[in-house]
Design a protein around this ligand. Sequence first.
Ligand code: ATP
Length: 300
Amino acid sequence: RTYDVLVIGSANADLTVRVDRRPGPGETVLGTDLVENAGGKGANQAAAAARLGARTALLAKVGDDAFGEMVLDGQREAGTELRHVLVERGARTGTAMIVVGPDGDNAIVVSPGANSRLLPGDVTDARAAVAASAVVSLQLEIPPETVRAAVAVAGETGTRVVLNPSPVPEVLDPALLEAADPLVVNEHEARGLSGLDAGTAADWARALRARGARSVVVTLGAQGALALDDAAGDPVAVPGVAVTAVDTTGAGDAFTGALATRLAAGADLADAARFAVRVGAVSVTRAGAQPSYPTAEELD
Ligand code: ATP
């Protein structure tokens, strides 16, 4: 296969400003200087995988604006193959406007821009790339019909699907759930999609498997992760790595990119989760999303 990991998903410019107090309706407050970073779950996961040395490609759509250049620069720096990034004339690159309050709490407005123009036809056009990839990694920041098309093509080409259903819908399309091997969810997503308010991560993972997911990984922040494989039966708890967390932005994407990298290399689910927990832990010790992702050497 040409690629270890093909990420099909979103690419954004993250624009962040900090405020002492959140503005009410009709109110203006002063914030700090604006910080611009490349972001979006798709672009983040691709950067994480490429940084770790996986042969990685990104299928995404950006506009022909300065933010699109920023996204491309981020991927170039990580070492991602860029030939499948589509640049749409006259479109705006997706933008996340992030206001960080005094307690570190985020309020975010996303303008999807070119992400909403990544269409099923773009995926079918890239069929050869899907066929040439060991793993395709998907999230839900692009149109749902495009994600469905990706799952359908991956099914035809026998490419393994890693699905991170974020932002989490009320109900996940059964076709997506049944393709997920694994479904990668954080606690909030696991609880919501399993329909279980109470219970443990193992309960949520079992419920999600019962609903059709081929395998499940639940990320647990500082507590690490839990992996439930199809064959093994029993969930494997992977303890967290104790670090001083500086900025958890994009930790979930670091985890998923790392997991996909290891699965593409033939690791079993629990081994891949152990590796991803270490990568996630490194990413929270440094500022930003993509700039915080480690290389394989740094991990050692
Ligand atoms: P985010 O939304 O911040 O990107 P998430 O909610 O999707 O993250 P988490 O479960 O919070 O996902 O974190 C993903 C992984 O990152 C964890 O499995 C763990 O490996 C690592 N991680 C996150 N927070 C910490 C922490 N405080 N200490 C150590 N590792 C962490």
